[in-house]
Ligand binder design. Structure first.
Ligand SMILES: NC(=O)c1ccc[n+]([C@@H]2O[C@H](COP(=O)([O-])OP(=O)(O)OC[C@H]3O[C@@H](n4cnc5c(N)ncnc54)[C@H](O)[C@@H]3O)[C@@H](O)[C@H]2O)c1
Length: 367
């Protein structure tokens, strides 16, 4: 399967195949690279998969440098960013050299930022290896590091030349990294104009649990195309791309406040699931059929539906979440912005302007 889209007047491909190596080698030739390659990979990926990439690259690469990294929000920092850039400089990489990243959203976001900054942009290939990165972070060009305890506070937009999704990788993703991606899939189904997408997703729980290949191919296709629909004419997030932030105003506040106390407590996708419920609660004053549907879906996949209070000081966590809501990147005026959804396929941008309701949402959504 191949999905093609156009961004900044240039065509880009997302491949979804069993054997991605042949495609990568073909693209290295097609893009007329100087064959200096840096392969950065997440240390938790199956070693055989990485070894196969290394072996294939050695055939075409005059120089291949390998860097192991760790997909952990705390490591999504300037240290890793400059480690990559230092290697480019030491080895005289040019704009025609290639950075290949195999990893989840953390390694991908940092690698993408490094590729965009070095010489103001070089060739960049992305091989996403968690469900969150496969259906979300590999696409759309957002790159970033976390800085001063603020998620993605330093970043920009830089699109990979190509994205290679391996069906072999999906089979081996650990359960936690597999299921966490379904919150972002659910988000896309909720904001999509296609009602069928939502029904197809929530009526096929068994296929999700069994990692049914045909089903996953279809669900990835729908999710990636939904993301393309919302960002492709609004890369810098002024209008419709904002809708992809559904659940994220609360999710980022929850992630930042829990990370302050227990590093890397929630996976991004897990926080997004809770964030979607918080924003549905806020938008509908707690009364909405979709809320129940979302809660049931997340419960069936064993994803959290409440902010975990047991591991934290309740009062501190509440006030931190409140504080971080007001630090949200989308905020323009006095109040933070969020995506309000009253019915499937009809998201709209709104403000969190009711203090009592913000506090009620945090309390009701905590356990
Ligand atoms: N750029 C975007 O548009 C975008 C969108 C969504 C999320 N994000 C970012 O992505 C990050 C979250 O991504 P994530 O959930 O992939 O987290 P992650 O990269 O931290 O990966 C989660 C865990 O999975 C491990 N891992 C990765 N691939 C594996 C594999 N194949 N097998 C075994 N273990 C593997 C990692 O080592 C890590 O422990 C956040 O920083 C978030 O801000 C960015």
């Amino acid at each position: 399967m191949k999905i093609s889209y156009k961004v900044n007047n240039s065509s880009r491909n997302i491949y979804f195949e069993k054997n991605i190596l042949k495609l990568i080698l073909k693209d290295i030739e097609k893009l007329e690279s100087d064959k200096k390659i840096l392969l950065i990979f997440d240390k938790n990926i199956d070693h055989k998969f990485i070894q196969n990439i290394k072996n294939a690259l050695k055939i075409v690469g005059s120089k291949v440098i390998i860097v192991e990294a760790e997909g952990n929000k705390i490591k999504k920092n300037e240290k890793l960013l400059f480690k990559i850039i230092d290697i480019f400089i030491r080895n005289n990489f040019t704009k025609r050299s290639i950075l290949i990243c195999a990893g989840g959203g953390v390694v991908g976001d940092v690698a993408g930022l490094a590729a965009s900054l070095y010489l103001r942009g070089m060739l960049y290939f992305n091989i996403p290896t968690t469900m969150t990165s496969i259906i979300d972070s590999c696409l759309g060009g957002k790159t970033a590091i976390n800085y001063k305890n603020i998620i993605n506070s330093v970043g920009n937009y830089y699109h990979p030349n190509a994205i290679y999704i391996s069906t072999e990788v999906i089979k081996d993703i650990p359960d936690r990294e597999y299921f966490a991606g379904f919150s972002e899939i659910l988000k896309c189904a909720l904001i999509s104009k296609k009602k069928n997408f939502m029904n197809f997703l929530i009526n096929n729980q068994k296929k999700i649990l069994n990692r049914d290949e045909k089903f996953l191919k279809k669900i990835c296709y729908e999710t990636l195309n939904t993301k393309i629909f919302f960002f492709v004419n609004d890369v810098y997030e002024q209008k419709e791309r904002l809708m992809l932030n559904f659940g994220h105003t609360f999710a980022h506040a929850i992630e930042m406040s829990t990370d302050l106390l227990k590093k890397d407590f929630y996976r991004h996708g897990e926080a997004v699931g809770i964030g979607i419920l918080c924003e549905l609660y806020y938008a509908n004053k707690g009364k909405n059929k979709i809320f129940k549907t979302v809660e049931k879906f997340l419960n069936e996949l064993n994803l959290p539906t409440k902010i975990n209070n047991e591991k934290f000081n309740k009062k501190t966590l509440h006030s931190d979440i409140y504080k971080f809501l007001f630090l949200d990147k989308k905020k323009l005026n006095k109040f933070p912005r969020y995506i309000s959804l009253k019915s499937q396929g009809k998201p709209r941008i709104d403000e969190l302007d009711n203090d009592t309701l913000i506090n009620e949402t945090i309390i009701k959504m905590s356990q």
